[in-house]
Design a protein around this ligand. Sequence first.
Ligand code: CTP
Length: 398
Amino acid sequence: MLEGKRVLLIIGGGIAAFKSLELIRRLRERGCAVTPVLTASAEEFVTPLSVSALAAEKVHRDLFDLTEESEMGHIELSRSADLVVVAPCTANLMAKMAGGHADDLASTLLMATDKPVLIAPAMNVRMWQHPATQRNLSTLRQDSVLAVGPDEGEMACGEFGPGRMSEPPDIISAVAAVLSDGPLNGRHILVTSGPTIEPIDPVRYIANRSSGAQGAAIAQALASLGARVTFVTGPSSIPTPIGVKAVPVESAMQMLEAVEAALPADAAVFAAAVADWRVARKSTQKIKKDGSGKPPAIEFTENPDILSAVARKREDRPALVVGFAAETGDVVNHATAKRERKACDWIVANDVSPETGIMGGAENEVILITDDGAEKWPRMDKTQVAVRLATRIAETLA
Ligand code: CTP
């Protein structure tokens, strides 16, 4: 699936650099050519000779290498690949990228490239958790830089926590998600996912039990088929799918705004569990007990139906609008009526009664309602449901 592709691999200076050697080997096994670039500190961990031998290519190291400039300038080098991968990406490299520095070959290539960039961060847990690194990460995300990992576990420095570079097979999956020549290449698909949370006052909110697992799996499956995915997600602890543009939101109103901003799209999948109601007048101060023993009266107002609003659009309506229906009985009838009411093309319906173990679980059992009626799918993993749905979307948009 990576046959004929080329990755520009920037190896940063961290103990995880040794894993980059395996990454090169595995990329080449899949038919992907690798142009290696070493930072000065990376050379403290791996030698240019071993990198060059595994890549079967010249290693680029120096911005001011005149021979290199006459053979291939740094601008050309930065654009000669389909994807730029930074592995390991150190805290320092992240800071340089976020700040737009260009003081060595690696950082200059990252500034000059017009190709997607995927980073695999690797650093000590405290460095990863440092507000500066988290700030840089959020800046990089806004700049559409993709990230895989870091993983959690025991680190070379003896500490435990997030900071270990992702394993080469996981980095390869991320590369494949970005580079795949799937049937959805060139298509833009919007996915909503997760719960929404509706504030009562600055410290309290109303939420629901959606984990965001099904929505994330759908976004991942669509991206793996080559779609450009905008993933509008409420708060969720599920890792963000690789190769998608994530737009984090909290409330239904914010989700609606993000969805409107993401249009036009070829298809839209509304997997979010949106709160039907929000607090009419949220308090700007924490609501205090008033001593009377009486609970406060909270007034609700209805949230806009995001699915229905998009499905009823005259302009910019996606060609395929897919809604979900979480029911606890009479699933087909309720979901069929919901499809009519919300004017969407398909409804993915499921029974979320507690005894099914579906809400918050790993499996799902869905009924797909289309113009042709109800189609019952067997119980399967949420990732398999996602792949089947994404494949069906690809067939329909073809
Ligand atoms: N949905 C939405 N915006 C809302 C509410 C729901 O976009 N404000 C979407 C969900 O993402 C899902 C579908 O509508 O795709 C079904 O939502 P659900 O909550 O099951 O349906 P309701 O309209 O709330 O119907 P009911 O309360 O009768 O189950």
